[in-house]
Design a protein around this ligand. Sequence first.
Ligand code: GCB
Length: 593
Amino acid sequence: MKKIMLLFLGVLFFREGFSHPLLQNVYARQTVTLNGTWNYIVDPFDTGYFDYRQQPLKDGFFLNRKAVNPGDRFEYDFDRSATMTIPGDWNTQDERLFFYEGTVWFKKDFSYTAKPGKRVFLNFGAVNYTCNVWVNGKEAGSHEGGFTPFSFDVTALLEEGENFVIVRVNNQRRAENVPTLHFDWWNYGGITRDVMLVETPEVFIDDYLVQLPKGMTDVVEGHIRLNSPVAGVSVGLQIPELGIDRQFVTDEQGEVHFRMGARLELWSPASPRLYDVTVSGPEETLYDRIGFRNITTEGKSILLNGQPVFLKGISIHEEAPFRQGRVISREECRILLGWAKELGCNFVRLAHYPHNEHMVRTAEEMGLMVWSEIPVYWTIRFDNPPTLQNASAQLREMMERDKNRCAVVVWSVANETPHSPARDVFLENLARQVRQQDDTRLLSMAMEVSGFSDNTNKVEDYMSRLVDIISFNHYLGWYVGTPQDCKTRQWYIPYDKPFFVSEFGAGALQGYHGDPAQRWTEEYQAELYRNTLEMFDRVDGFAGTSPWILMDFRSPRRQLPYIQDFFNRKGLVSEKGVKKAAFYVLKDFYDTK
Ligand code: GCB
C-alpha cells in the first residue's frame, strides 16, 4: 500500500523539469551500459531531419525504417552503415570526419526486460554539441552543450525485448553558442562520454550533498532530496569511519537537511583522505567516496584547511595521451594526472570546459585540487539572452555533477573575455549563480592584462571585485615581447586578493633543439618558463599558476607545417608522451615551493 501511495504521489508531483533530472552520482546506480558499437550515418545536409523545404520531417532517420517490399524507397539504412565505438569522438574514428562539423546520426540496438516498479533514464555523460534523442522512434528529448551530463526519462518509451536508440548529433559552430565560433581546441564531435540506462525506483534519491560548511572543519552538513516532493519517506546517511549512521524523514518538499558535528581527517594533496559514504532510501543504496576540506582566502593568501597554500598547477585539455581524440577511460585520466603529479603539482586547471567525471574523481583520489570551468571563452555573444541561458545551464550542470567532489576548489566562469558593459552583466549573472549554488568554493575567471605603461603590466578588470582569486593569462615572451623582458617587467595588480597566473607558455616542438632565442625550440620554451616563474615570484600576492599546458593538443588554428601540423605545441609533454625541457624547469620550481 505504501509503495502504491509513493508511486501515485511520484506521478502527481513531478518536479519541474522532471523529464531531465540531473541524477547525482549515476555510476553508483543500477545501470545497463549502452557503450560499445553504434551504427552511424554522416548527414552533412541534415537530410534525415529536414525535408527539401527545410521543415522537420515526420518520418526522419529517427524512425529507423527499412525496405521490406520491393517498391519501398528509403535512402538510408542504419544497419548497413558503418560503425564506431561509443564513447568516442567521430574525428579520430573515421578519416573522412577529421575536420567534419555537422550532423551525424547514431543508432544502437539493445534488449531490455522491464522491471516492475522501476523508472528508467537514458543518461549521457556528454554529447558535443547538440543532440536529439529518440527511443524506438519516439522522441525522448534534446540537449545543448558539449561537456555536461543529462538524462531523459524513457520508462514509457521502452519495449519488452528489442529496442533501439537514435541520436542526432550536431557540432556545427555558431556565433551564439557556448563556446562560440572561435576557440583554440579541436571541435571533437559525437557521443564522447558514457551512455547508459539508469534504473531507479519510482520515488528515488535524485540528489544529495555531503560537505563541510564554509570556514568550518568539524561539522558535516548537506541534504538528501527525492525526485518528488513526498513527505514521510525514510532516508539514511552512513559514514561508518565517522560513526555516523542516521535516519531522517523527508519534509513536504521530499527533502532532508542535516548538520552534525564530526571529528574529521581533512582531505589535502598531502593526504587525500576520502570517506565511504552511503545514502539510502527505502529501495536503494547509493555509495560514494567523499572528502572534506576547506578552501578560503585571506588578504592575498589562499588557505587550504586554514593553512596558506601555493597552487602548483598545470592546465590540461581533455585530450587523450598517446593517441588523439577525447579522453574516454580512467586509465587515460590517470596518465595525464600522473604527469601532473610528476611535475610536483597539487592543482590542475581542467580547461576550457567541464571534463569527464572520471577526471575529477581521479584527481581527487590522487590529491590534486581542481579548477573547473565552462566554455565562456573569448568573444561569445554577451548581448544575447539565450547565450546567457545556455552558459548558465552548463554552469549549473557542471556544479551539480561535481558538488560532492572536495577536490574542486575553484569554479571559473570565463576565459579571456573582452571588457564591455554587456560582458560585465553577463558575467555578473554567472558569478551570482555560483554564489547562490555554492558558497563553499572559490570563484574565479581567467582575465587578461588590461594595460601597460612604464614597463608595468596592469591587471584591472571590473570583474575583480566579484572573484576570490584574481586570475589572468599572459604570454610575455611569446605573443608579446621576448623572454628577456620578464627580467625587468613590473606588475600592478591593485587588489587585496591573491593572484593566480592561469596561463603562460610558449610553443616548442619536442626534439627540436637550438638557441634559447630560436622559436619553437625546447630551449626557448624552457627559457621562457624560467624567466616567467622568476618574474612572478617577485610579485606580492603570487598564489599559484597553471601554465599552458600539460600536453600538446589538436587545434585547427595551429597550422605551421613541420612544427604545428594542427597541434598547439605549448605542451610540456608531446602528444606521444615525451617530456620537453621546460617540464623540468617547472618541476624544479615546484620542488622549491
Ligand atoms: C590562451 C587561451 C588558450 C590558448 C592559448 C594559446 O590564452 O586561453 O585556450 O590555447 O592562449 O596557446 O594561445
